[in-house]
Design a protein around this ligand. Structure first.
Ligand code: F6R
Length: 257
């Protein structure tokens, strides 16, 4: 795992965008896993800058959102389908036909989850998965004790996650209780993982994920099992990493590729 520590959230977005841009530059039909929430918004903004300058294009790329709330209308501004359209599809110029979000309104949610897995497979798998992390260590909406073998499925959001996400809704009561999320097994199959985090509220989750034991109690620790995972954090999110100086040293002394 590579850990890159930068000054602030803006720099997190710039470094992450460079990684994604390199992948899409090499393969304009790349399949990209898309996180929502506040963590990746600087990354999407930086990517938008690159698209505007004509450096890269997402017109031929495919996208798969990590998750969606259950029961929320697709047209609700807080549905992840809406967020992905607003933050990713429109500004980055994806073809909406090739951007997928789990169907949180399906009558048969288990079938919708299975269909999502099949769609990822049919697209050839995910080349790079962008991840945020919850303050409780979740990735996607795989809450603590999610199986590392889990696939896309319905999950119950932890009370802490609902509280954390209440800022996007008018009240805590409006935050859905259930979601459909890619599983940890699904996420681990992506060819590359890029996790972005900023702010003090993520410091414990980052330290536990990067330096703690591999345990389903901390879903982010699943990254330790991936052969190509990069964690990009600002100083505040890095503040509880015991080997922070070592990660800085490694970044300064990267071997030639
Ligand atoms: C969202 C997702 C979640 C978020 C996490 C952090 O698609 O999968 O894991 O990345 O809840 O959310 P923010 O970035 O809003 O703090």
């Amino acid at each position: 795992m590579q850990v890159i520590i930068v000054a602030n959230a803006d720099a997190v977005g710039r470094i992450a965008s460079a990684k994604i841009a390199a992948i899409v530059g090499a393969d304009p039909t790349a399949v990209i896993g898309l996180a929502t929430g506040s963590s990746p918004s600087d990354t999407y903004r930086a990517l938008h800058g690159r698209v505007t300058k004509g450096e890269i294009s997402f017109a031929g790329a495919t996208g798969f959102a990590l998750d969606e709330y259950v029961g929320i209308s697709v047209s609700d501004p807080q549905s992840y389908a809406s967020v992905i359209t607003r933050d990713v599809v429109d500004p980055l110029g994806f073809d909406p036909v090739r951007v997928h979000v789990p169907d949180g309104r399906a009558v048969d949610l288990a079938a919708a989850a299975e269909a999502y897995e099949a769609a990822i497979k049919a697209a050839g798998g995910i080349d790079v998965q962008i991840l945020g992390i919850g303050s409780n260590g979740h990735i996607g909406f795989n809450e603590p004790t999610s199986s590392f073998a889990s696939r896309t499925r319905v999950k119950t959001l932890a009370p802490r996650t609902r509280e954390d996400n209440a800022r996007f809704f008018r009240s805590l009561d409006e935050v859905p209780i259930h979601c459909i999320t890619q599983g940890l097994g699904t996420i681990l199959e992506a060819r590359e993982l890029v996790l972005v985090a900023h702010g003090e509220s993520k410091a414990n989750a980052i330290a536990d994920s990067v330096e703690g034991p591999v345990t389903s109690f901390v879903p982010g620790s699943a990254l330790q099992l991936h052969r190509h995972a990069t964690v990009i954090v600002d100083e505040a999110a890095a503040s509880r990493l015991r080997l922070a100086d070592y990660y800085r040293y490694v970044t300064l002394n990267e071997p030639q590729k």
